[in-house]
Every structure is written in C-alpha cells, then in structure tokens.
Design a protein around this ligand. Structure first.
Ligand code: NAI
Length: 720
C-alpha cells in the first residue's frame, strides 16, 4: 500500500509531517491516518523512540472532539510493522530494562485499546510481533491479499513471549486454543489464513486496504457479540493448557525452550483473569524468558543472520538464469528463484528428466498454495517463468547459471566446458557440488574467474543457508555478486573455503559417521537418535542419514575419508547397506523401516551389523560426547584452516544448514559453555580408550592450554 494509493482514495485535508517514524494525516471525514514510514529503512520497527512519540501522539489525539476514528497504515512496500526493534533489546538487557520496555509497549497498546473512537489497522506487508500486538489492540484489522502480508506473533522463535498485550488480546480474540497454536508455533499467517482464523476481519487488494479500514471504522466498535463468544471460548483454557503442555513435554520442547511453556501459562491462566492481571503475567513471563541463556543465544543468532543477510549492492536477483540438471536440487533451485521473480531455463539430458523436474517444481508450488504462501494465480505465473528444455542451445543474456547435475567430476567439467561456449562472458557460473573441488571443476574453463561454488541445501525451499565457495582463480567480484544474489533471493550466504566437504558437511559428517559406528558397536537406533534429539538436534543422526539417502551421504563420507584418512573412515555397515540397496527413506528402508510418514527402527539393519556380544553399553552422556565432541573437534579444525571467517559464522552456518540446536547458539558457542579445556581432555581420553580419530586438534589444545573460549568473553556454564 503506497502513500499515493491511499491518497487517491480519500484525500487528506491536511498533512503534518513528523520527523519520527510515522506521520499523521487528517482526513475530511474526521478520521486520522497514522502512516508508519521509518526513515532510511525498508522496515518499520517499534523502538523506544517510536514508542515514546506514539504515546505523545495518542495522548494529544484522544481528547480531540473532531476525531471520528484512527487508522494505522504503512508507507512501506512490503512491511506494516515488522515488530519491536530487536536491537533495542540488545544481548544483555537487565530485568529492569526489560520491565521498562514492557511497560512502555503495554501502555501504548492499552491507549489504543481504550481509544474513545474506533480504531483500525490497515495491514499490508509483514505484521509481526509488536506490529501484530498493535493491530490486536485496534477494533478492526483489515489486511491486503499480497503475498508479503504475514501476520502473527513469532516471539517464541527468539526465546521471548509476546508481552505488549499479544498473549492477552490474541486469547480474547481467538480463544486459548487458537492463541496457543499461533504463539507456541511462532506462526506467521498469510492474510487469507488469518481471515479464516478470525485474526483479521477482512482481506482485500492492497489498493483498497485503507478504504476498507475506513469503512470498518464508520461501522463503529460493535464488538458485543465477539466479546461474548471470546468469554465462552476462554472457559476451555484449563483443557487447552493440559493438552498443549503434554505436547511440549512429549516433543522435548519443554525441556529445551522455556518460552513456549511460559507463553502457554500466560495464555491459559491469563484467559480467566482480567486484562490487567493477564498483562502483569506477560510482564513476569517475558522477564523470566529474556534472561535465559536460550533467549540470549537465539537473539545472538538473529543478529548474526541479519549481518550475513546485509546486501552490499554488488549483485541483485537474476532477471534471467539457467539451472543445469533438473533433479532434486535443480528443480528446487529453479522453483525458488522463479518464485522470487527470476526467469529460469531448466535443462537436463532428456525430455523424461526435464518432465520429472517440472513435476517436482509443480508439486512445490502446489504445496506453497496449500500453505498459503502463493495464490493459485501467483503460483501459475511463477511456474510459467521456468522454461524447461532438453536442448543444449545457447544461453544468451543470462545473469547466472547454476549447475546441479550428478556429483561426478567428469560430468561437471564437461558441463562447464560447454557452458563457457553457450553463455556470454559476463554470466556468472556456479556449481552446486556438495563435495567436489570447485577449483578442479573450474580448471576446464578459459575464464575460471567467473566460476564459483554455490552450495544450496536440501530441501531448497526450507533451508536458508547457501555456502558460497571461491575456487583458486575466482574473481573476488564474482563472490561479492553471488553473495548478493543469494541475499536478494532470501537466502543467507556464508563464504567458505574450497576444501572437501566445504564447511557444513565436513562438520556434520563426522557426527553422522560416529552415530553409525556407535550402532555397529551395539547401541540401538533409539538410544542414539533419542539422545541427540534430546540434546536439541531436529532429528537423530541415523534418521537424518535415512532422509538424506545413504548413497548421497556415503558419497560425501567417501570424499572426506579420502581427504582426511587419519581420522575419517566409511563404516563397513554403510557399504553393506548400499550394496543391499537399503538407501534410507527413498527405498523404504535404511536404519529405519519407512512406511508413509512413519519410521520404525529396522530389525533387518540391526541383523546386518556384525554381532557385538561383548560391547559395553554407553549411557547417553557418552553417546553425546562421542558424536558432538568429534564434530566440535572438526569444527575447530575448520577454524584453524580458515575454512570460514569466524566462530560466529560457523555457528550460523551449522544452525541454518543442519538445524544444530539454535538455543545452544551453535557448536562453538556450545563448546564454550562446556569449556574447550574440558572438551580437549575428554577427547584425549577417548583417543586413548577408543580411537586416535578423537585426538584434539591444535587449536582446541591451544584454547584449552590458554583457558580461552572460541567466542571472546563466553562463559563456561554447563556440564556436558
Ligand atoms: P539428482 O540425481 O536428483 O539429479 C541430477 C540430475 O542431473 C539428473 O536429473 C540428471 O539427469 C541430470 N544430469 C546428469 N548429467 C547431466 C548433464 N550432463 N546435463 C544436464 N543434466 C544432467 O541429484 P541431486 O540430488 O539433485 O544433486 C545434484 C547436485 O547437487 C550434485 O552435485 C549434488 O552433490 C548436489 N547437492 C545435493 C544435495 C542433496 O541433498 N541431494 C544437497 C546439496 C547439493
């Protein structure tokens, strides 16, 4: 919703420009429009300065007899209010600071809720956290049907809870079950879904949002019926709390993340209390949540992610690009870029492969429509931006070509040799290889300076990380452009060195291999996987192997074993399973037996391992140490060899690339909480008792000897 759009509908009588992040327009019909437009920023955010000016504005308007209504709108192209400015929360806020911020925010929302004339939020674009709380305080919420419009309270993702009235007012609007579902799962709803759930009152094209908000205001406050329904729904609070708490406990979230449990208490217990008491509960709960290490780690990761996403202006979303190879990754990459607006040529060796790729693309779009990410029309238009082909025709005027063909050096080299001839000299050429050398792939090109690695993760539409890999001869400008292209496409890029496994696979693989070795030694699938999910990994290592495919994982493991034979080897069992065609989920069996979405540990696979009658059972701490400390050792080696720029980038990459327990802040932050000295000592003991592969690397030993941490100033707090 642009400013000019608003004015074309109902011209304001006068406009008073404020130096702050919003301005107020006074219309002829007595309705005031407060338009948020944070200067020099693409986002509207609520920081203490904005909040204080809002207090002044609301206080000055509330007794003005000429006002008939108040509408909140945005001048930004894709953001209503993205939430509280997390920077104003900092990483180390005291309880008093948090209490002050909560009082300020709650005070404003209450002023809006108590405003003597009707109020409405004209929502276009992201309406999250504090922005949603502001909308909830209004009498009416009208949203644009644009795909950038997303509404919700995602605070629990940062280890916080909505405490500017969000828990209290959402519960009164949707009932405890609806509020708990949105808040505990940090859902951001597309406008149609928000309408369906009752979070907004009406949805319309963005050009009409302001006009519709004004019409709603003219119909008055009119909430008696809604209040009665809300009161009846709130009676279900005890049952909702019991059910949701059991779910949090069953899924292990309760033990790892405090915020959802705290939010649930406020929602369900606050539901049966007056608004003021519920707001008090919000305040106590957020103070408790915000001072935990979990919250601090999540906010830290948020900042790291923001930093990595900052564009430099060197590159933009490709207008025209090609993807070579229409398999799992090629189809995913083509779908992702086309959904963002790029025109994509998707090619493969034959019509059959191309058709299969396009069927995968279509399925991804169907799924997106089902989840409310695209409308039918948007999905169709985006899919039409992909031109499938089995021809090796010239690829003129391409900004970028991403190669995602089979993982064989000779195949990739042949493709790059050919690409040089088929593209303009200015086209950037990227390979999506997961483990081959970018330098070797580029070596066949006359212009290797425009070739680099661009390693997307599977599934492309879910995993935000992209490893950008310079080959020996890649021009730094090529890397800058690729980093910006990834950012413009909504991904988070991290630059990593061209060594086997790059960064994420190199650290992850020792953990996966260790899990297989533990299984070979006699541990059960459940013992291993449950230990690691209890630690906070999104899925156990053996389940992950099944999901990735033992053939794909085996390939990476072999590449790493060839590069680092002193410490990596491919477990015998992995080869046995590959020989028997037990490749994991794709063949229905691997470490698990897969039936639909259900997976149960496979007995056949357990029989296939050499029987180890003499094995010593390990407790979960010992399992965890072998898997995690091995990964931390490899991660420290990556820092030592400068595979990645810093421990922080490493943490971010592992969280975004593998889901490594975000609340622990990533592997190096976790290592700091245990203490490098303790980890090095334990690894040395394992090197003696189990295998030399555990020998701590030089950097870890140095950190241990000097009593240092990987992040300067980090505190050792935890027993492993
Ligand atoms: P895939 O086997 O699903 O697809 C590969 C496609 O490349 C096939 O459709 C094949 O017909 C096509 N192809 C083979 N030779 C070709 C040629 N000369 N020209 C054009 N197309 C050709 O493989 P997937 O899983 O999509 O992997 C592709 C690349 O992405 C590999 O380098 C892989 O290592 C990498 N990768 C794979 C990930 C995964 O989880 N599957 C994750 C990240 C990277």
């Amino acid at each position: 919703m642009t400013d000019s759009n608003d004015r074309s509908e109902v011209p304001p009588a006068s406009a008073a420009k404020s130096p702050s992040s919003f301005r107020t327009d006074e219309r002829d019909d007595g309705i005031r429009v407060v338009t948020f437009d944070r200067p020099d920023s693409s986002a509207n955010l609520l920081d203490p300065t904005v909040l204080e000016s809002l207090v002044k504005l609301l206080d000055s308007l509330k007794d003005d007899p000429s006002i008939r209504g108040l509408v909140f709108a945005t001048a930004k192209p894709s953001i209503f209010i993205a939430g509280a400015d997390v920077r104003s929360l900092g990483e180390n806020l005291s309880r008093e600071d948090i209490a002050r911020l909560v009082d300020l925010g709650q005070g404003i929302m209450q002023r809006i809720a108590d405003f003597p004339v009707p109020t409405a939020a004209a929502i276009h674009g992201a309406c999250a956290g504090g922005g949603c709380e502001l909308a909830l305080a209004c009498d009416w919420r009208v949203a644009s049907d644009h795909r950038s419009t997303r509404i919700g309270l995602p605070e629990t993702q940062l280890g916080l809870i909505p405490a500017w009235g969000g828990c209290t007012r959402l519960t009164r609007l949707l009932g405890p079950a609806g509020a708990a579902d949105l808040i505990l799962n940090a859902r951001l709803l597309p406008s149609r879904h928000a309408r369906h759930r009752g979070l907004v009152d009406a949805v319309c094209p963005k050009e009409h949002v302001l006009g519709l908000a004004v019409r709603k205001i003219k119909s008055g406050k009119n909430h008696a019926c809604r209040r009665l329904v809300g009161r009846l729904r709130r009676l279900s609070a005890p049952v909702v709390e019991w059910t949701a708490r059991r779910r949090l406990e069953r899924t292990g979230i309760a033990a790892l993340y405090p915020a959802p449990g705290l939010a649930l208490s406020v929602i369900c217990r606050g539901a049966l209390k007056p608004v003021e008491a519920s707001l008090g509960m919000e305040k106590d709960a957020i103070i408790e949540a915000a001072t935990t290490d979990v919250c601090k780690n999540l906010i830290r990761i948020f900042f790291l992610r923001e930093k990595a996403s900052k564009k430099t202006g060197k590159g933009a979303l490709p207008e025209r690009m090609a993807v070579i190879g229409a398999g799992v990754m090629g189809a995913g990459i083509a779908q992702w870029f086309s959904s963002r607006g790029s025109r994509v040529v998707l090619s493969d060796v034959g019509p059959e492969q191309v058709d299969r790729g396009m069927a995968d693309v279509a399925a991804l779009y169907r799924n997106g429509v089902k989840r409310g990410i695209f409308t039918d029309h948007e999905a169709r238009r985006a899919k039409d931006r992909i031109s499938p082909t089995a021809d090796e025709a010239p690829l003129p005027r391409m900004n970028l070509v991403v190669e995602a063909a089979v993982e064989e050096l000779a195949v990739k080299q042949a493709i790059f040799r050919d690409l040089e001839a088929r593209t303009d000299p200015g086209t950037l050429l990227a390979t999506n290889t997961s483990a081959l050398s970018v330098t070797e792939i580029a070596s066949v090109c006359g212009n290797p300076e425009r070739v680099a690695g661009m390693h997307f993760f599977n599934p492309v539409h879910r995993m935000t990380l992209v490893e950008v890999v310079p080959g020996e001869k890649t021009d730094p400008e090529t890397i800058e452009q690729l980093l910006d292209i990834a950012r413009a496409a909504g991904k988070v890029p991290v630059t990593v060195a061209d060594r086997p496994g790059f960064l994420v696979n190199r650290i992850l693989m020792p953990g996966l291999v260790e899990a297989v070795l533990l299984f070979e030694e006699g541990m059960t699938v459940r013992e291993i996987d449950e230990t690691m999910t209890r630690f906070g990994l999104p899925m156990g290592p053996l389940r992950l192997l099944d999901e990735v495919g033992l053939d794909v994982a085996g390939h990476v493991a072999r590449t790493l074993a060839a590069a680092y034979p002193d410490r990596m080897k491919v477990p015998e069992l992995l080869d046995t399973l590959l020989r028997k065609g037990r490749l994991g989920k794709k063949t229905g069996a691997g470490f698990y037996h897969h039936r639909g979405k259900r997976a149960t540990p496979s007995r056949t696979t357990a029989w296939l391992r050499k029987s180890r009658q003499d094995h010593t059972p390990l407790n979960s701490q010992a399992i965890r140490e072998r898997i995690l400390f091995g990964m931390i050792n490899e991660a420290a080696r990556c820092l030592e060899e400068r595979i990645v720029g810093s421990a922080e980038e490493l943490d971010l990459a592992m969280i975004l690339g593998t889901g490594f327990a975000p609340f622990r802040g990533g592997p190096m932050r976790y290592a700091d909480t245990i203490g490098p000295a303790r980890i090095a000592a334990r690894l040395s003991a394992l090197a003696e008792s189990t295998s030399k592969r555990f020998t701590p690397c030089a950097l870890l030993r140095r950190k241990a000897d000097n009593n240092e941490t990987f992040h300067p100033g980090a505190k050792t707090t935890e027993h492993p």
